[in-house]
Design a protein around this ligand. Sequence first.
Ligand SMILES: CC(C)(COP(=O)(O)OP(=O)(O)OC[C@H]1O[C@@H](n2cnc3c(N)ncnc32)[C@H](O)[C@@H]1OP(=O)(O)O)[C@@H](O)C(=O)NCCC(=O)NCCS
Length: 150
Amino acid sequence: MSGVTTGPLTPQDLPRAAEIQATAPEAWSLSALEEEQASPCGRLYGLWQEGRLVGTAVFQLILDEASLLSLTLEPACRGLGLGRRLLEDSLALLAGEGAAFCYLEVRSQNRPALALYHRLGFEETGRRRGFYQAPPDDALLMRLTIPPRA
Ligand SMILES: CC(C)(COP(=O)(O)OP(=O)(O)OC[C@H]1O[C@@H](n2cnc3c(N)ncnc32)[C@H](O)[C@@H]1OP(=O)(O)O)[C@@H](O)C(=O)NCCC(=O)NCCS
């Protein structure tokens, strides 16, 4: 995957990250991203293609538990393996900080996201009925035991 890099987002990356977020169903605003980045638990990562930010991932890390709060690729860059690359690299960085588990919630009808999470070994641990609005959907709860230095 030449020309692709991943790593932590800087404060200067956040306006572009908010543009990417705006293309997702549960979009994070710029101020929400800034607030999360300022939090001691917030971990924000990006994926750059030929130097252009095209993907963002927002996590919280508390002790050895990471929570994936958002994973979004620019629409033109979806389905190319980049979401997988961003998630794998982010998990490796989190593992380097001691994360042993990753938790997430996902719409039960979100096929691309579910395919990605299952591919990486996430297991379904529960369902919150009617959790999402516009459109209504259940949330699936998923958990991954992160391999050391994933
Ligand atoms: C979900 C998302 C991050 C996935 O990233 P992506 O770059 O499109 O996914 P990838 O190309 O890395 O594909 C990962 C896996 O999902 C599968 N997949 C991708 N798009 C798919 C689709 N439309 N339908 C079914 N499976 C799909 C791929 O086959 C791949 O599996 P494989 O490795 O076994 O071949 C991206 O589609 C996105 O930003 N969606 C909008 C925001 C969103 O819904 N985020 C998740 C909220 S929890």
